[in-house]
Design a protein around this ligand. Structure first.
Ligand code: PYL
Length: 272
């Protein structure tokens, strides 16, 4: 998981409308609809918007990312919930959140970014939720994935979350990871759930073979212009973007990419 920077998040709260319009053009779903779908809600369900949500800045490890808590709260507010960032950080922020009556807390250290519902004890992890949310976005962008081959690049928490969701959409899942052990672990995880996964060991061969890609790895410039056809669709969570600049124009209307939006929105619906 690559650590976000201030410049990755600073404009999120003021660009959510534009972001959502683009998402609707690509997937036919708003951020709210997509996240609710990824979290298993039926699209027409009226969601309890009374939930009060606190985002608690955490100063441990490499410390606070300026604008991170505000961008998380901005996304959650945009979805229609009452979200605020606590004035205090760390333990004081958790206490403040509870005293202010928050039902859901969001907080991130350098290892994990979680949402917790203090009433129901539901927990959602950003990595898995992001993978699931992006798989749902790819499924909508592709008008269904049943029987279609999808390549998952990267077998970490995001890749595993995506692979499970893709298998549930009845896609034919392939996985590539630069290391053998994570891709075999992902294959074993899905096998236990009753799904087959094809392991890809040559990145260039795989990228020339699959038209649908979930880029869940932290590498830059691995999806090149030569790999992109008129039918290529890419779901690329997080920073950096794995598509090289020369390929962006060709795939732009069939590329899902954001630093936080889909993952945070999916987490919110996960813990309702
Ligand atoms: C959750 C993001 C998604 C991609 N990388 C992850 C990351 O940057 N993690 C670190 C988040 C640190 C937040 C800091 C704060 O401002 O509360 N502790």
């Amino acid at each position: 998981m690559t650590r976000l920077k201030h410049e990755d998040v600073v404009e999120i709260p003021t660009t959510l409308e534009d972001y959502d319009q683009q998402l609707i053009r690509k997937t036919g779903c708003s951020l709210k609809e997509l996240a609710a779908r990824a979290a298993g809600f039926h699209s027409n369900i009226e969601v309890n918007h009374q939930a009060k949500v606190a985002v608690v800045p955490m100063s441990c490890g490499q410390g606070i990312i300026e604008g991170f808590a505000e961008s998380v709260a901005g996304i959650i507010s945009y979805l229609g919930f009452k979200a605020f960032t606590t004035k205090s950080w760390d333990a004081g922020g958790i206490a403040e959140a509870i005293q202010e009556g928050a039902e859901v807390l969001f907080m991130a250290d350098d290892e994990r970014f979680v949402a917790v519902n203090v009433r129901t004890a539901k927990v959602s992890d950003n990595g898995e939720a992001t993978g699931r949310g992006y798989a749902a976005g790819l499924e909508r962008m592709s008008n269904g994935l049943e029987g279609k081959k999808v390549l998952v690049l990267g077998a970490g928490p995001v890749g595993v979350g995506a692979a499970i969701a893709l298998a549930r959409f009845r896609a034919e899942v392939g996985v590539y990871d630069i290391e053998k052990e994570p891709r075999e672990r992902l294959q074993a995880t899905l096998r236990k759930l009753g799904y087959r996964v094809t392991i890809e060991t040559d990145l260039n061969v795989a990228l020339n073979h699959y038209q649908n890609i979930v880029d869940a790895c932290p590498a830059e410039n691995i999806i090149l212009l030569e790999h992109i056809t008129d039918n290529t669709r890419i779901a690329a969570p997080g920073i950096p973007l794995g598509v090289e600049a020369a390929g962006l124009e060709k795939v732009s209307t069939r590329l899902l990419h954001d630093p936080l939006h889909i993952g945070v929105a999916t987490m919110m619906f996960d813990v309702l």
